[in-house]
Write a protein that binds this ligand. Structure first.
Ligand code: 5GP
Ligand code: ZN
Length: 115
């Protein structure tokens, strides 16, 4: 838990946020500034700053992230048309919160390559 980290604070419910999913490892909630009709953030409770800080011991968290992403995609009705799971890492990718999070995006055509 990092005291001044916004996603740590959401994950431990100190910032009240409607959670779409939660278990002992993860929370999921809607992005405050959605860029697609479905824009959900899947956030490990553990404070991992970014992809560069992942280790082998986080493998089960990552497995769970994708399981939850698939489940939420089905619940939100975007599984059939298609969706994207995105992790921005570092300034060139536009990472703005230094606590690892997985964007689940869907509900519109998603351009490729991403901007
Ligand atoms: P990044 O730019 O780091 O990949 O993504 C951070 C995301 O977190 C952004 O899409 C931003 O809108 C979202 N975000 C930042 N602060 C909050 C917040 O307090 N609540 C919610 N629900 N989303 C947030
Ligand atoms: Zn954090």
């Amino acid at each position: 838990m990092v005291d001044d980290c916004i996603f740590c604070r959401i994950a431990d419910l100190r910032i009240p946020t409607e959670l779409l999913y939660q278990d002992h490892q993860l929370v999921a909630f809607r992005d405050i500034q959605p860029v697609a009709p479905v824009h959900i953030l899947i956030v490990p409770k553990k404070h991992i700053p970014d992809v560069l800080h992942l280790t082998n011991t986080d493998a089960d968290i990552l497995g769970k992230v994708y399981e939850v992403a698939a489940e939420l995609a089905r619940c939100e009705g975007v599984a059939e048309d298609g969706f994207r799971v995105v992790v921005n890492t570092g300034p060139a990718a536009g990472q703005s919160v230094q606590h690892i999070h997985f964007h689940l995006l869907g509900g519109r055509e998603l351009g490729w390559p991403p901007g």
